[in-house]
Design a protein around this ligand. Sequence first.
Ligand code: NAD
Ligand code: MG
Length: 389
Amino acid sequence: MSSAAEVRGVALLGATGSIGETARRVLARHADRFRVVALTANGSRDALAAAAARLAPAMVGLVSPNGTPLPPGWRGGPECLVEAATHPDAAIVLNAVVGAAGLDATLAALRAGKRVALANKESLVMGGALVQRAAREGGGAVVPVDSEHSALLQCVSGRIATEGEGLLPLTGVRRVVITASGGPFRTWSSERIRGAQLADALAHPTWSMGRKITVDSASLANKALEVIEAHVLFGVPYDRIEVVVHPQSIVHSMVEFDDGSVLAQLGVPSMELPILYSLTYPDRLEDPGVPRFDPVASSPLTFESVRDAVFPTLGLGIAAGRRGGAAPAVFNAANEAAVARFLDGSLDFPGIPGAIGRALERLADHPANDLPALLAADAAARAHVKEYR
Ligand code: NAD
Ligand code: MG
C-alpha cells in the first residue's frame, strides 16, 4: 500500500470475544489505515462500552440488552448485526461472532458489496451456497480469518481464478493439507476421553480462544468445520482435502500443486497475523505486534495422522460436508447445541458426537433450498440435541 492509502471503515461484529479483542489491538496499531465505524457484542455490555469509549464508532449494537435500558445512541437486539454489517461507512466487515448467529450479517454484508473478513466459520458451513450467491449478487468478497485458511490463501497467491467452484476458486492445486493441533486429548485413549471433564476440554495446548471453539478443538469438530470451510472457500473437492495433526501449531496449512511442489505458511500460534492479513489482503503491512518466528526455538516440527476412531466428530462432519444439502447446517447446529450442553454439564464429552450423529441420522435430508429451510434445519437439529439422552 502507498503511504497515501485511504482510511477504510471497519465494522467489528463480536467485538468483545477472543478474536474481537485481538482485532481491536490490530486495528489500534493501524489507525492510519483503518477506522472502526461499528461495534457489536452479545451480552458483554461493560466490555462493549469500554471499547466504544476508546474507538468512538458511529454505531454500537448490543444483541441482548436483557430488558435494561441502553446508553444513548446504542442499538439493541439481533437486528443490530445486519445494521452494523451494512453500515454505509464500513468497507470491511470483520465477523467474529460465534456460531450460526453470524450468518445473516455475512449475507447482508456481501449483498452490500463489502469485504467480509470472516472468523465466523459457522456461517460458511451452514450456508455455503447462500454465501456464494450473496457474494456473486452483491459483489462482496470473503477473506478468511481462520489461521488455516489464511495460510492456504497466502500459499495460493497468483492461483486464484476469476471463475470456478468456491468463493476463491483455485487453479493448478492438487491437494490442500489442513493442520490440526490435535487438542488436549491428542494422546488420550478413548476410555480416558470418556471421563473427560470440562476443565480438561478447555485446556488447549497451543491456542487461547473462546470456549465454544476450544471445545470444538478438543472434539475435532473444529477441524470438520474447517474442512467444509476450505471446500466452500476454495472449491476444492473433499477427496483433495486432508487433515494432519501437527502438535506445535507452527505450520498453519499446506498446498500441493499439480507438479508436486508443496507450499506451507508458518508462524507462531497467534491470530494477530491472520486478522491483519484479512484486512490488508492482497497487500501486506509492517506490524511490530505480530510475534516473530524463530525456526530453532520452534523445532522440532512433527506431523502425525488423526486417530479417526478416537475422534468420531471429525468423520461425522466431513461426511456431512460431502453429503451437502442441509447436512452441514445440521452438523453445525447439532454441534453448537451439544457443546452448549457439555458446557452446562448436562452432556458428557462422548455425548457430543453421540448427539450429532443422531441428529444427522434424522435430519440430513431436511430441505435446504433457501434461508428459511436452512434455519428450519438448524432449529430442528438444536431441538433434537436438547432431547438427546
Ligand atoms: P468468543 O466466544 O470469544 O466471542 C464471541 C463474540 O461474539 C463475543 O463478542 C460475543 O459477545 C459475540 N456473540 C456471541 N453470541 C452471539 C450472538 N448470538 N449474536 C451476536 N453476537 C454474539 O469467540 P471467539 O473465540 O472469538 O470466536 C469467534 C469466531 O471466530 C468463531 O466462529 C470461531 O470459530 C472463530 N475463530 C476463532 C479463533 C480464535 O482464536 N478464538 C480462531 C479461528 C476462528
Ligand atoms: Mg482454525
